[in-house]
Ligand binder design. Structure first.
Ligand code: G3P
Length: 214
């Protein structure tokens, strides 16, 4: 299972990379805007740190604009993946870009039908937003199950990125289903490590060791 960080924050990306378990990064306009820096500066910094896939999202909503933006972004590095929203124009742009060998991550997927269309258009990654579905009392992880089933049925060559992840249980559920990738906020990654019994256990080991020494 691959772990991506869903952030544009350089410090968080550096920290997760230093743990040796970071496979890639996903960004979106909200995440980049949150950093308060110019887009190009943020992107180039991220690409210096991360060797794996880095998803950068287009702002255009028409297919021509999307393709133009995507071609510019793709020139920033071999590991750049273009995030394209799940719209008709997005679908057209995906077909063109994938035919040119530019990797696409189809974003804002909320239904299996949308995932099927994106897969057919040749996307490399499908990003179902599970947290936002959970937020509206829908079962986000069910969408992931359905998408994986569809990919397996037809042997589509794309990977599922479980996105809009809110807590460690989302990661665990995605792992149990067998999702290829989870992209998560740094805070979720931190929470995955913590367990009070680990802290208590370590403290006890160290105390006992000190006692033995004298
Ligand atoms: O990067 C896309 C996605 O992960 C956004 O998550 O928390 O804004 O729903 P969220």
């Amino acid at each position: 299972m691959k772990f991506f960080l869903d952030t544009a924050n350089i410090e968080k990306i550096k920290e997760a990379a230093s743990w040796g378990i970071l496979d890639g990064v996903t960004t979106n306009p909200t995440l980049v805007a949150r950093e308060g820096k110019d887009f190009d500066t943020v992107v180039r910094e991220i690409l210096k740190i991360v060797e794996g896939p880095v998803s950068l999202e287009v702002i255009s909503t028409d297919w021509k604009g999307m393709v133009e933006e995507a071609e510019k972004l793709a020139s920033y590095g071999d590991n750049v993946v273009i995030k394209i929203p799940m719209t008709i124009d997005g679908l057209k742009a995906t077909k063109i870009l994938s035919s040119k060998g530019i990797m696409v991550n189809t974003t804002l997927i909320f239904s299996p039908a949308q995932a099927l269309l994106a897969a057919k258009a040749g996307t490399a990654y499908l990003s179902p937003f599970i947290g936002r579905l959970d937020d509206i009392s829908s079962y986000g992880m069910r969408l992931v199950e359905d998408i994986i089933q569809i990919i397996d049925n037809y042997g589509f060559e794309c990977e599922v990125i479980v996105a809009s992840v809110r807590h460690p249980m989302h990661v665990l559920e995605a792992a149990l289903i067998g999702a290829d990738i989870v992209t998560m906020p740094f805070e979720v990654l931190q929470k995955m490590i913590k367990h009070p019994l680990t802290d208590i256990g370590l403290e006890r080991f160290l105390k006992d060791w000190e006692k033995m020494k004298g």
